[in-house]
Design a protein around this ligand. Structure first.
Ligand SMILES: *Cc1c(COP(=O)(O)O)cnc(C)c1O
Length: 365
């Protein structure tokens, strides 16, 4: 049996008629950029998250870049960020000329709040928690530290649409929070897309300008902006998917729960779910001391797995200039060497899930 890590076609077929209709309507409308689909999606997504404003942009990375820019953070400023994250979170900081200050993760793979204070200097302007793999970071502790030190908070929600911590949605804690709708994300478009959410009219307006050449009124440019607009086609697709997000989330949860209860192998450490939080299972990440051997074993049995992520940002070639070396963030590095993401996607069949569980339980190292 061959099991892909992720396939997107089943999810398209699930609601094909609705997607096709929505896309054709946009084509037929003759209006393709910043029209009523984007406006409606922004309203609907803001309501879904529970924030006053949403501004659609071109990608999750652009959402991060523009959120940090809108806060006025740039050269000479520091942003406290998880060492254990996807490089895009950090690119959002460095693209603005600011410096990331890395903090090690807790046992849930997210930034460890107990280690944040030691990372705060007089240059610190913001904390950037990432809800990695779909599990909320410990937002209450993070917000407490941010208040104490007068820091902004920007949540990277790219992997965690719909996740909840202590009864409160992620994306509602920070000053301005960022989502990606990359096709494989829990709410995915059929191309690149992203958004920021905020309760601040001022910040929303700033991002609205930044995404569109620095202008609100056509050809009147108040600030230096870029072109990072969510387009009508993606917005129309996202509106369809948003209507079904609870079903899609439930399907992921059923797969994750089966993995959690049925994978029983002393060589494999299952992901921990922290109390009082709803994990939305963007990724199901196990740990194994013989990770490479396990990955090869699964590959030989037709099962495709991935590593999120093999090289942490501080050791990435792209960030050599920051001057970090191996051993600087040992917990993050240990994760990078032992983690493995299992297949988990909408439309995965029971037979496929059974097969993956069976093979994981067969692994003897
Ligand atoms: C995917 C992702 C991003 C970037 O989103 P894009 O839409 O691909 O630009 C940022 N942060 C995290 C944690 C992500 O997983």
């Amino acid at each position: 049996m061959n099991i892909h890590f992720n396939i997107l076609k089943p999810q398209y077929l699930m609601f094909k008629e609705e997607y096709d209709k929505a896309v054709l309507e946009v084509l037929d409308s003759g209006w393709y950029i910043l029209g009523k689909q984007v406006k409606r999606f922004e309203e609907e997504f803001a309501e879904y998250v529970g924030m006053k404003h949403c501004v659609g942009v071109n990608s999750g990375l652009d959402a991060l870049i523009l959120a940090i820019r809108a806060l006025g953070i740039g050269k000479g400023d520091e942003v406290i960020a998880p060492a254990n994250t996807y490089i895009a979170s950090i690119l959002g900081v460095t693209e603005n000329g600011a410096t990331p200050v890395f903090v090690e993760p807790d046992e849930f793979f997210n930034i460890d709040p107990s280690k944040i204070k030691a990372a705060i200097t007089s240059k610190a302007k913001a904390i950037l928690p990432v809800h990695l793999y779909g599990q909320p970071a410990r937002m209450e502790e993070i917000m407490e530290i941010a208040r104490e030190h007068n820091l902004y908070v920007v949540e990277d929600c790219a992997q965690a649409h719909g996740a909840i911590v202590n009864g409160r949605n992620i994306g509602t804690f920070g000053d301005i929070n960022c989502f990606s709708f990359f096709p494989t994300k829990n709410l995915g478009a059929f191309g690149d897309a992203g958004a920021i959410v905020t309760n601040s009219e001022k910040l929303a307006e700033k991002v609205r300008m930044l995404r569109n050449y620095g202008s609100i009124k056509k050809y009147y440019h108040e600030i230096e902006g870029i072109n990072s607009r969510l387009d009508e086609l993606q917005a129309a697709v996202l509106r369809v998917k948003l209507r079904h997000i609870n079903e899609l989330e439930q399907e992921r949860r059923i797969i994750a729960e089966r993995y959690l209860t049925e994978i029983k192998n002393p060589l494999i450490e299952l992901p921990k779910v922290s109390q009082n939080c709803k994990h939305v299972w963007h990724l199901f990440v196990i740990k194994c001391n013989q990770r490479d051997k396990l990955q090869a074993f699964l590959k030989d049995n037709g099962i495709d797995t991935k590593i999120h992520y093999p090289i942490p940002p501080h050791l990435s070639e792209a960030y050599q200039r920051l001057g970090y070396k191996k051993g600087d963030f040992p917990i993050t590095e240990e994760y990078a060497n032992t983690i493995l993401s299992l297949p988990l996607y909408n439309g995965m069949t029971d037979e496929e899930i059974n097969y993956v569980i069976g093979k994981l339980n067969e692994f003897r190292g």
